[in-house]
Write a protein that binds this ligand. Structure first.
Ligand code: NCD
Length: 305
């Protein structure tokens, strides 16, 4: 149980296993529904398809009421701060805020300011995406049975990827020993606290159990970054030839949205090694588990006062 989910590093290994187990239970049997006067607001200040719909479905499956604020048509366009937006929605009784924002610290700051509601990070800048990390871990666990003795290669634009950043922390928490990060130098973060940098894709994929492909995130490039899409395709695209370097039962993951033909060949995206749609499916159950943990925390707090 937790009030907010801001970063994966706030969770212990046991917390993660409890959430994954709960998500797996929800896959098999729908839980009891919560009262519909508990309201979740989806505030997405950046584009989203999967994460937003997944949170909405998860909330509805739990019996909650969901408000999707259309940020492009909201008072944010009239200069209202995100703090004022949250304060107004809180005044209407909304108690859970699912937020995606381009700035790293916005969600954490909101959680410090508003003490009686909950915040769930649905993606903060290039920094964190904890719910994606949990659905990625659940997918790996389902296909591989455990995290022991796994080799995982994360390939692509790691520098700009909140998915990679959170997953690295998640894999470390699960004691995954062999974590390889593969990208051209310009896509590597300056500091690498977790994993081993392997520039050459053939070495990075050799005998791995899991390949995680990442989109080239042009919207986060700074002006100094020079980049050739053709060179990237040639050296880093995951295609049928390259996945033969991995273990025969390798799984290929992608958080979406995919740029087919760039970081992943269509034949792999549609092939028998991909588990991309399982990731999406798991996302709903993981987010149900997160929402119910947050609500249980809030209900316990109310009953204690
Ligand atoms: C990612 C994101 O927005 O961080 N997608 C997602 O949430 N499933 C990855 C991306 O945009 O490439």
């Amino acid at each position: 149980m937790f009030r907010n989910l801001i970063e994966i590093s706030q969770l212990s290994k046991d917390d993660v296993f409890s959430l994954l187990n709960l998500a797996n239970e929800y896959r098999i049997k729908m839980p009891r529904r919560f009262p519909d006067d508990i309201v979740v607001a989806n505030l997405f200040y950046e584009d989203s398809t999967r994460t937003r719909v997944s949170f909405e479905l998860a909330a509805k499956k739990l019996g909650l009421t969901v408000i999707n604020l259309d940020i492009d048509k909201s008072s944010a366009n009239k200069g209202e701060t995100i703090e004022d937006t949250v304060a107004n929605l809180e005044a209407m009784g909304i108690s859970i805020f699912v937020i995606r924002h381009s700035k790293r610290d916005v969600i954490e700051n909101l959680a410090d300011t508003f003490k009686y509601v909950s915040f769930i990070n649905a993606g903060s800048g290039a920094h964190a995406h904890p719910t994606q990390c949990l659905l990625d871990l659940l997918t790996i666990l389902q296909f591989k049975g455990s995290f022991n003795n796994l080799s995982v290669a994360i390939v692509g634009d790691i520098k700009h990827s909140r998915v990679a950043n959170s997953l690295l922390h998640g894999l470390k928490l699960m004691d995954v020993a062999d974590i390889r990060l593969c990208s051209p130098k310009e896509f590597m973060p300056s500091k690498l606290p977790i994993g081993t940098y392997v520039e050459d894709i053939n070495s990075a994929l050799k005998d791995v159990d899991v390949i995680v492909t990442l989109r080239v995130q042009r919207e986060r490039f700074d002006d100094s970054l020079t980049f050739s899409l053709n060179a990237y395709r040639t050296h880093y695209r995951i295609d049928d030839e390259r996945i033969k370097l991995a273990k025969p039962n390798v799984i290929v993951m992608h958080p979406g949205p995919m740029n087919r033909g760039v970081e992943i060949a269509s034949s792999v995206a549609d092939g028998d090694k991909q588990c991309i749609f399982r990731q999406v499916d798991n996302g709903v159950f993981v987010r149900m588990a997160i929402l119910s943990s947050v609500i249980n925390f809030q209900q316990k707090l109310v009953s204690a006062t």
